[in-house]
Ligand binder design. Sequence first.
Ligand code: MF3
Ligand code: CO
Ligand code: CO
Length: 319
Amino acid sequence: MRRPINTSDPILPGRVSPMRSVPAEIPRPDYAEQGVPIRTAPTDLIKEAATLEQMRLAGSAARRVLRKVATHIAPGVTTEHLDQICHEACIEEGGYPSPLNYNGYPKSLCTSINEIICHGIPDSRPLQDGDIVNCDVTIFLGGVHGDHSETFAVGDVDEQSLELVEVTRECLYLGIAAVRSGGRVNDIGRAIQDRAESAGFGVVREFIGHGVGEVFHHLPNIPHYYEPSAQFEFRPGMTFTIEPMITIGSPSANLWDDGWTAATKDLSRTAQFEHTVLVEEDGVEILTVEEHESQPFAQGGSSNDWPQTISVSQTATND
Ligand code: MF3
Ligand code: CO
Ligand code: CO
């Protein structure tokens, strides 16, 4: 199915303000000073109960930080302002904003607007009526990372973009639903690709989900498309992200010369949703929700009762 490509103005890089600092009393990951991660993948991908308890805390903190960021999303608000909100909210939680200086990344939040697939750097550009923006929060708290994002509509958004956002959200939850102990990593991509392509949308291949815990990105790799060779087998105690990036047009990516920002080559719009999840004996726990939210895929959960999407303000300003 061929669709018209959205014709809003391309996103251009704005001014990026100096790196923010984190108070010395906040425990920081090993890359915080030099920008280079030292610890690599853990040898055992099955995490201990105490680590999993910390991951629940980091996960729910990431969710609260994203909620806080969302209350500031409105036309006229700069992504730089959203970054400041994220940075301060992470510190208030007692955590370190994981993106900050990760491989030299200059900000505490990723803000990816319209045709930006992921890793957009917050800058001086004000959000515009009709934009869609993904805000990706990761917090390092209690020695582990919680990684979580949603895509938000800014003001009045066209039907096709709203459908893209909704289908991408479905892709995330259908991907989580496909995870089971003893199952294979490619079950996830199969479920996501089926849903995306049935709507006529594309699945980005260049960026994938990842193991997460004491280290920000580790094995296994989680492709969001069906990859026959991805035969890694899930076991209880494994934690990783699922973070599909879905496109209206072609999913091919083009990296900006800032070395981070990935845009669709055809400038068609793209959306992303992300949770950090835990494989259990008889189900999957979503770690990046708060305690009062639903757990549709945990044992005894009801698989259609997904956590509610976070709503935005629409009246916030840069103050
Ligand atoms: N949160 C992103 C992810 O989902 C990673 C951001 S790393 C950064 O994996 F350096 F770009 F911030
Ligand atoms: Co993320
Ligand atoms: Co991630």
